[in-house]
Each structure stands twice: as C-alpha cells, then as structure tokens.
Design a protein around this ligand. Structure first.
Ligand SMILES: Cc1cc2nc3c(=O)[nH]c(=O)nc-3n(C[C@H](O)[C@H](O)[C@H](O)COP(=O)(O)OP(=O)(O)OC[C@H]3O[C@@H](n4cnc5c(N)ncnc54)[C@H](O)[C@@H]3O)c2cc1C
Length: 289
C-alpha cells in the first residue's frame, strides 16, 4: 500500500522513524526496537539511509522486515549525493524487487572533500525524484525545511526549489525537526501560497538528553526556543528528568499541532521504543477525539 493513500483518508496518523544498523551484527538489536515500535500501530515506519550509502542494504532489509514480518507500511529513505547514478538505480531496482512501494527521495549531505556536482551523480533531490518516477509505480516522499535548508541563505529560493522538486512527482513532504510550532505554521502558509499542495508531515524530535540536543543543532541548525532552553538548563544534568521533560515537550508540540488541524505527524523516535511508547501513551485519548 502507498503511504499517500493512507495520508489522504482524513484520519489522524502518527508515524515513526528508525535508523538501520551500521554493522550487520547489530541487525537483531535494531529489528527488536522496530518490532516494539510496530506495536504502537503507526501509520508507517521510515528507515533512514546512512550518509555514505554504505548501509543501503540494511535500510532495505529493515524496511522489508517492517512490511513483510510486522505488516506495517514502510518508507525507505534513499540519498543520491554519495553514490553514482548507476549505484542509485541499483538500489531502486532492489527496493522494487522487495516490493517496497514508498521511498523518501533525498540528496543527502555532500561528503566532505568531494567535488560536487559531477556528471555521474544526481545533483539535487528533484533529479532523484524524476529517476524514481521513471523507475516504477512508487509513492515518493521528500524533505522540507521550515527554517530553511542550511546551505541556502534565502528562504524564498528554498521554497522555489521545493516547488520544483514537488512538481517532479513528490506525493508528500516530511519536515526537518523544529521546536517552535509557529515556525511550522508560518512555513505552511508560505508553501501553500507558493502553490505546494501535497500533505506535509511535521517532524517532531523528542530530545531526551543534552548531548542529543547539541547533535540535533549541529545537524539541522534549528533554533531552540527559550522555553526549551529553560528545560535543558534546569533538567539537563539529570538523564531521567531530561528524558521525561523532553517527552513532555514533544507531546505538547504534537497536541498543539493536532489542535490546529494537523492530521499527520512524523516522530523521530530513533530506535527508542520506550520514548515512542511514552508519547503515544500521552496521546492515547487525544488522537481518538
Ligand atoms: C525528513 C528528512 C529525512 C532525512 N533523511 C536522511 C537520511 O535518511 N539520510 C541522510 O543522509 N540524510 C537525511 N536527511 C538530510 C538531507 O539529506 C540533507 O538535509 C541534505 O543536505 C539535503 O537533502 P534534500 O533532499 O533536502 O536536498 P535538495 O532538495 O536537493 O536541496 C538541497 C539544497 O539545494 C538547494 N536546491 C534544490 N534544488 C536546487 C536547484 N535546482 N538549484 C539550486 N539549488 C537547489 C535547496 O534549496 C537546498 O539548499 C533528511 C532530512 C529530512 C528533512
């Protein structure tokens, strides 16, 4: 089944994200975390793609496990900057053979020291979207950035390029993490004005430790609001308190989004079923109302 068919049914959908094992011997550990997350009845589970492309077969393996053994929709991420066009075509063929119908098409970060762009690689995610469209009957998701992508100084350009990407055949968008919902509402307003009409899934990252916050900021350049910084300042020294407060903060963001009419939410649960379960527990009646 295609994710877009589920997103369009008018109901509330919560999805989760896991990352694949870097080493084959860690496969069982990741599969076990995925099994627990699947018990929360998510709309789908997405599986990230290692930055260098080296874990590509584990992305496909976990995505197949989710679909075939857990009977949950899976979304396989695929990046193109670190691989040649031929390598990327090989991955798409493999996903097709495995019956994976949903792909999140990403450029990926440009590896340090690499000459980019080159003839043999896709330059931007929109070129990958075109390639996936040509390759089969896939549902295609793509990334978007409420605070703007770090490489692009001009938010208007970012939205113009986003429209170009969507017009190449994107079915839905998932946002980069953000911690201030007003930034998301403002972004939604601007992209709708630009004529982007596909569903947009806000990406919510439960921050459960001070080190995770630092990593997230380095990766995404996101702005942490004062309310979040106060929580970190007061509870960051205590892992248990920070975890509880981070789960409450993410829950609060989700409740606000749902209260404002958002139907589909993606949670960056990052192989932590206990965090995913705690958020779902907090939302148990909210998502039924
Ligand atoms: C939801 C989500 C999931 C992600 N999952 C992964 C993952 O699994 N693995 C991973 O390695 N990374 C992942 N990332 C990170 C992502 O790969 C990086 O943010 C990457 O730098 C950009 O990828 P993109 O697909 O958004 O690129 P693009 O859409 O190609 O955009 C990249 C930059 O190029 C600009 N641009 C786009 N088109 C043009 C054009 N025609 N001319 C000039 N400039 C242009 C954009 O404005 C932007 O600044 C994810 C990000 C998000 C938000």
């Amino acid at each position: 089944m295609k994710i877009i068919d589920r997103l369009n049914d008018g109901r509330i959908h919560i999805s989760f994200e896991v990352f694949p094992p870097k080493k084959d011997e860690d496969y069982e550990k990741v599969a076990a975390a995925t099994d627990e997350i699947a018990k929360l009845d998510p709309a789908f589970i997405s599986v990230t793609y290692g930055a260098g492309g080296g874990t590509s077969k584990n992305t496909a393996r976990i995505a197949s496990h989710i679909k075939d053994d857990l009977n949950v929709l899976s979304l396989a991420h695929l990046t193109c900057a670190s691989s040649t066009k031929e390598e990327v075509r090989g991955v798409i063929r493999n996903l097709k053979e495995l019956g994976i119908e949903n792909i999140l098409a990403l450029r990926g970060d440009i590896p340090a020291g690499m000459t980019f762009p080159t003839e043999e690689r896709f330059r931007y995610a929109y070129e990958l979207v075109e390639e996936i469209r040509r390759s089969g009957d896939f549902c295609i998701g793509a990334a978007c950035y409420p605070e703007g992508h770090v490489e692009n100084e001009h938010k208007e350009d970012d939205i113009r390029y986003l429209k170009q990407k969507v017009d190449c055949g994107v079915d839905f968008l998932t946002t980069q993490m953000f911690f201030d919902n007003d930034i998301h509402y403002n972004f939604l307003y601007r992209i709708r004005e630009a004529g982007i009409t596909v569903p947009v899934l806000p990406g919510i990252m439960p921050i459960t430790s001070a080190s995770q916050m630092k990593r997230s900021q380095e990766l995404s350049g996101t702005v942490f609001p004062r309310r979040f910084l106060a929580i970190l300042d007061r509870f960051g020294h205590s892992p248990a308190a920070m975890k509880q407060a981070g789960i409450a903060y993410a829950t609060d963001q989700i409740i606000d989004l749902l209260a404002n009419g958002v139907k589909n939410i993606h949670i960056y649960s990052m192989n932590k079923p206990d965090v995913a379960a705690a958020i779902m527990d907090n939302l148990s009646d909210v998502i039924k109302a």
